[in-house]
Write a protein that binds this ligand. Structure first.
Ligand SMILES: [Zn+2]
Length: 274
């Protein structure tokens, strides 16, 4: 059974049922994996980069808690690609010309500059609005095919897709999501990271807001790297990403300063820390 959508969402309350909220990119994809197959022939991101887009004035205001939040997430990104947690996904590969090319550890911060956008986002940030924001960024920065564009929202806004929303909205259905859109010849890979302001999207109230977000970011980044277009690594039986088995269980953990989700190991067929 092939997956129908690249629009993937995570929520603690929905963790046993990864819901496809909208069919954003079906036409891009052909699903031909045999039942039980794991690798379906598509690309991974061999040497990834992550660009953070912080949308809202508070992220740039040292008097706001959002300033520290954003700085923490930048620091998390700067070390994540060479961490032992990221190393788990170096098991994953693409096959080009019959040759396996494995995901590499990489400094995720080597892409174009992060954007601290001091414009105020709407309370309800639609996916269309997110795409427009990324397009605005790409109007002044060269597109990179190995980059994941990651859009953060402040707690005063929520993300929506139809009647489904993130924390703070009227129809809580997900914590974050990832998707793609095409722009000219480019396929832009992105994730939307609404502020994890509700218990359903937080690991623990004793974690900092940044750590609760890092948990979600660690998951969605690795998931995007190993299955960016939805046709590389996923479970044919269920149609979901392997990473999704590990988002909330075992319990997310702290390693040093940062929060993480477990990740699916092909070697052990289980969720592992590293
Ligand atoms: Zn996921």
């Amino acid at each position: 059974m092939g997956r129908l959508s690249l629009f993937l969402v995570e929520g603690k309350t929905l963790r046993r049922k990864i819901v496809s909220v909208a069919l954003l990119s079906v036409s891009l994809l052909a699903f031909a994996g045999a039942a039980g197959a794991q690798y379906h022939g598509g690309p991974v991101i061999i040497s990834a980069k992550v660009v953070n887009i912080f949308w809202g004035p508070t992220f740039s205001n040292p008097a706001s808690p959002d300033y520290t939040y954003a700085q923490s997430l930048v620091a998390f990104r700067n070390q994540f690609g060479t961490s032992r947690e990221y190393n788990v996904i170096t098991q994953y590969y693409q096959v080009v010309g019959g040759v396996r090319q494995f995901v590499q550890l990489s400094n995720l911060s080597t892409g174009t500059a992060d954007w601290f956008d001091t414009s105020t986002p709407p309370t309800n940030v639609t996916d269309t609005a997110v795409r427009s924001k990324i397009q605005a960024y790409l109007a002044t920065h060269p597109f990179n095919n190995s980059t994941i564009y990651q859009v953060f929202l402040p707690s005063t806004s929520y993300s929506s897709n139809g009647s489904s929303t993130s924390c703070g909205g009227p129809g809580l259905a997900y914590c974050e999501y990832r998707a793609v859109f095409t722009s000219g010849a480019s396929t832009v890979k992105y994730t939307v990271q609404p502020y994890a302001s509700c218990g359903a999207c937080q690991v623990s109230s004793s974690w900092t807001p940044a750590q609760n977000q890092e948990h979600l970011v660690s998951h969605s980044t690795r998931e995007t790297v190993v299955n960016p277009l939805g046709n590389a690594w996923y479970d044919s039986t269920t149609g979901i990403d392997f990473s999704d088995k590990c988002v909330w269980s075992p319990a997310p953990f702290l390693d040093g300063l940062y929060g993480y989700a477990y990740e699916w190991s092909l070697a052990t067929s289980s969720c592992v820390k590293w």
